[in-house]
Design a protein. Structure first.
Length: 135
């Protein structure tokens, strides 16, 4: 099963347009709140980022909330340099976006690893949905 998932992820990554990365902004991880929210240093300001198109368990949803947050902390340790593709602001004033490390989508990785599911509000985010369905 894992070799199949790896092939799927590689295939999806190759389909991702390189122009997406040209639209990103560099930032630095300051903290991880849970499996779908981080705080970053962006343009000399602290900014909260909500990972777009996915939903992770809340910390209080034991044990999955802790597991999801722990995995995101492993992927995005404090001080890690990232790139953000901002999509919009949500109703709480957070920036909703996709996070990249070394040109790889952390949003996609969280779904692929089963740490989050596709947020149904964004059915057009087809790549994440395909990965979720194959898991």
């Amino acid at each position: 099963m894992k070799p199949l998932l790896l092939l799927v992820l590689v295939g999806l990554a190759l389909q991702q347009p390189s122009s997406v990365l040209a639209q990103t902004t560099p930032a630095t991880i300051v903290s991880v709140g849970d499996g779908d929210t981080v705080r970053v240093q962006l343009d000399r300001k602290l900014t909260t980022i909500r990972l777009a198109c996915l939903d992770a368990p809340e910390i209080r949803q034991i044990p999955y909330g802790n597991a999801s947050a722990s995995r995101l902390k492993q992927l995005l340790p404090i001080g890690k340099s990232i790139d953000i593709r901002a999509i919009e602001k949500d109703r709480y004033g957070r920036t909703v976006g996709e996070i990249f490390v070394n040109n790889k989508s952390i949003n996609l990785q969280m779904v692929a690893e089963g740490q989050a599911v596709v947020y149904r509000q964004y059915p057009s985010f087809v790549t994440l949905r395909r990965v979720e369905c194959r898991n």
